[in-house]
Design a protein around this ligand. Structure first.
Ligand SMILES: *[C@@H]1O[C@H](CO)[C@@H](O)[C@H](O)[C@H]1NC(C)=O
Ligand SMILES: *[C@@H]1O[C@H](CO)[C@@H](O)[C@H](O)[C@H]1NC(C)=O
Ligand SMILES: *[C@@H]1O[C@H](CO)[C@@H](O)[C@H](O)[C@H]1NC(C)=O
Ligand SMILES: *[C@@H]1O[C@H](CO)[C@@H](O)[C@H](O)[C@H]1NC(C)=O
Ligand SMILES: *[C@@H]1O[C@H](CO)[C@@H](O)[C@H](O)[C@H]1NC(C)=O
Length: 664
């Protein structure tokens, strides 16, 4: 991709060009908003860069030089002086779990911090005190407890510690790794768990010493005995959606695809849209599981067609955000991370034998893909013929291969004229033979670049369980790109904190950022070096993966994903020029303004652009409540350096987290 800068030789033609653009684009050329004095990266086919851009009625009406934009400025036009800054299309994140992400933001969170018992209790009390509208029956759920640090400093905790709090509500505290649940007496009583209750399969009810009385610590499946918390209400989901949308505005995400959606998301986002507070273009993939036989595929397809038609808002894309249901989501496997090893792999996982220093092929049967190939074939065929797009969770190389095989069989029986979208999400392990098949079969690789960092999830055990050859084929988006595919980015938030710029940094360097608390590199050796081996993306490829390529997957690239005359004005302004920053600083980027369809939604604290008041204030009551509920505030803004390190050390991107999320 060559970068074409509008050069000074164009000056000679300036008058003619300006007139041409003005008359070609709009009969009422006076703009609502004009950006000028900037470095506006359009990400169009030529990667053209302009200093000025005009917007009218939510659409871009002009891109070019400042002198040309002058004739579009009327008395009511708002001027945004970029002062040399970079503007670009809003980010389009093709894979996240927006309601779960928002719901996590709403919960009382200990934020993975190594806290003393006194500090833990004091934070929980402040959450209880904030929840003024709760009754004694409403459970309080507290997440992200660093349980190991707490047991080290106390020798162990139990229900009596929580009983000292001023509350009658049942309280449930969940450890960072989600294996341990710590509850108060009200939670045990309310759930009917007592000395007569025996341990369930795969779970332990810890007991007070010398008795059968439950101590208040429940391990693994014993958590399933708890009677609460109640499933989220619509009211909770609305709050969660709002919290998520707020974070998206701050990150510059103007369009998202929720990769695993059900009726709960549908109802919440339909309501959010109705009340006018939707602040991103919303795409939802309806998640389904495999039927038991090919004869059941027909009713599955009916259900998908019915469901997506019911909830899609049916409107054409326009300046105001729409809610689209146009894809189904299938899971082919789990995750390859050790010790889960539930991803479908071509060769067996290696597992430790003997004294643990030797890893050998696991003699047990390998995990089967969740969809048998005949059922998958028929489902993919029927979805494509019914014009439903498809996103498939494929983590291991066998899941990837079998999905590509299905698509290959579709093409061999139906030809290659169908304009389908079949996205393969994650692809953490791929076999080199399959790299060129993505491009050949027009399958879209949807990747999460941040996972190529050196991190505890890989080092040492997942790499041991992959063995020396496969360890070179992890997070192979660079190789897939080199074999002809255009890569699409999806963050998978909240599996990781939402940090789009860190992840773009990893795309370009395959290394993290030691100064960024969201990066494992901030942990120091052995994580601060280069990440997993493999080719990187160019800056151009990386930024396109999260703008125009993700828009293409959503069939929205005629309207968004690049800045072009006639497209919607979804625009962000950056603190630093992405194309000029040194590699090591790419992940320290900040979004200063987020605009959707010509409307300014967000302006970062301390900034002002043409005096425009953003639609959403930064310090509303939701923001204040969210900040209070999490130790260190939303995004850990007020954590000290050691607190940030702790966050990175304990926070899992574990198999557990992922599995948990997908079971909910
Ligand atoms: C353009 O931006 C520069 C900073 O890069 C600033 O010094 C200058 O005043 C701006 N010019 C106009 C016309 O706003
Ligand atoms: C598939 O089989 C499982 C277990 O045999 C059963 O619980 C489930 O209801 C079946 N699903 C369908 C769609 O028939
Ligand atoms: C889908 O809707 C059609 C017509 O409304 C109905 O006949 C059919 O039973 C529905 N199928 C499913 C699986 O809900
Ligand atoms: C573990 O076993 C391997 C191979 O049998 C041996 O080389 C190594 O020294 C053993 N390590 C320990 C700590 O015993
Ligand atoms: C938010 O900030 C504005 C401007 O700084 C201020 O006027 C307003 O009182 C603040 N609102 C809250 C809820 O803090």
């Amino acid at each position: 991709m060559t970068v074409r800068v509008i050069s000074s030789s164009w000056l000679l033609l300036a008058g003619a060009i300006c007139l041409h653009l003005v008359f070609a684009t709009n009969t009422h050329p006076i703009a609502d908003i004009v950006f000028h004095n900037g470095s506006i990266h359009s990400l169009d086919e030529d990667s053209s860069i302009h200093s000025a851009m005009a917007i009218k009625d939510g659409y871009i009406t002009f891109l070019g030089r400042d002198s040309c934009a002058r004739s579009l400025i009327g008395p009511d036009t708002r001027l945004i002086d970029l002062e040399g800054r970079m503007a670009m299309p809003g980010l389009v994140d093709a894979h996240m779990h927006v309601l779960e992400g928002g719901s996590d933001l709403l919960k009382c969170s200990l934020n993975y911090q190594p806290l003393l018992l006194r500090e833990v209790l004091s934070h929980i009390q402040s959450c209880l005190d904030t929840d003024v509208d709760k009754s004694d029956d409403d459970w309080l759920e507290v997440i992200a407890l660093d349980y190991y640090t707490l047991t080290d400093s106390t020798g162990g905790v139990n229900k009596f510690d929580l009983d000292t709090l001023a509350a009658r509500r049942p309280i449930l505290v969940i450890s960072a790794d989600r294996h341990t649940r710590w509850v108060n007496s009200a939670a045990l009583t309310g759930s009917g768990i007592d000395e007569t209750t025996s341990d369930p399969a795969g779970g332990i009810i810890e007991r007070l010493s010398g008795s059968r009385e439950p101590s208040g610590i429940l391990q693994d499946n014993a958590g399933g005995l708890l009677a609460g918390p109640a499933p989220p209400t619509l009211e909770h989901n609305l709050q969660a959606a709002k919290a998520a949308l707020k974070l998206l505005r701050e990150e510059g995400v103007t369009t998202f695809q929720d990769a695993e959606a059900r009726e709960t998301s549908a109802a919440a986002f339909a309501a959010i849209k109705d009340e006018g507070s939707l602040s991103a273009r919303a795409y939802f993939d309806y998640v389904v599981t495999s039927p038991n036989s090919t004869t059941a595929v027909e009713s599955l397809i009916d259900d998908i067609v019915n469901f997506t038609q019911k909830w899609d808002d049916g409107s054409e894309m326009n300046p105001r955000p729409t809610v689209k249901w146009q894809a189904a989501k299938l899971f082919m496997d789990g995750v390859i991370l050790y010790p889960a090893n539930t991803g479908a792999v071509i060769e067996p996982y290696l597992v430790p034998t003997g004294n643990g220093s030797v890893w050998e092929p696991d003699p047990r049967p390998k995990p089967e893909p969740y969809w048998a190939s005949d059922i998958l074939d028929l489902t993919i065929e029927q979805l494509i013929l019914n014009q439903i797009d498809i996103q498939v969770h494929t983590d291991g190389d066998l899941a990837v291969r079998e999905t590509l095989n299905s698509l290959e069989r579709f093409r061999s029986s139906h030809g290659d004229e169908y304009d389908y979208r079949v996205g393969l999400a994650h692809n953490e392990l791929t076999d080199p033979q399959d790299w060129p098949r993505f491009s050949k079969l027009k399958a879209d690789p949807i990747m999460s670049f941040q996972w190529a960092q050196a991190m505890p999830e890989w080092i040492p055990n997942t790499l041991n369980s992959m063995g020396p050859i496969r360890s070179n084929y992890l997070e192979a988006w660079g190789s897939i790109a080199q074999s002809g595919s255009r890569i699409i980015y999806g963050s998978d938030w909240p599996i990781d904190p939402l940090d789009e710029w860190l992840t773009i940094k990893v795309a370009v360097t395959r290394s993290g950022d030691p100064t960024n608390p969201n990066s494992p590199a901030s942990l120091g050796p052995p994580y601060d070096g280069p990440g997993l081996p493999g080719p990187t993306l160019t800056r151009e490829q990386a930024i396109r993966a999260i703008t125009i390529e993700s828009s293409r997957f959503l069939r929205a690239d005629k309207k968004i994903g690049s800045l072009e005359v006639g497209k919607l004005a979804d625009v962000i302004i950056l603190e630093s020029n992405y194309f000029e920053l040194p590699d090591e600083e790419i992940g320290r980027q900040k979004v200063l303004l987020t605009m959707l369809g010509g409307e300014v939604l967000y302006v970062s604290d301390g900034m002002s652009f043409g005096g425009i008041i953003p639609r959403f204030p930064n310090n509303d009551t939701l923001a204040t409540a969210l900040d209070k509920k999490r130790v260190g505030g939303v995004r850990g803004r007020s954590l000290a350096a050691n607190g940030r390190q702790a966050l990175q050390r304990v926070r899992p991107r574990g198999a557990c987290g992922h599995g948990q999320l997908h079971r909910n």
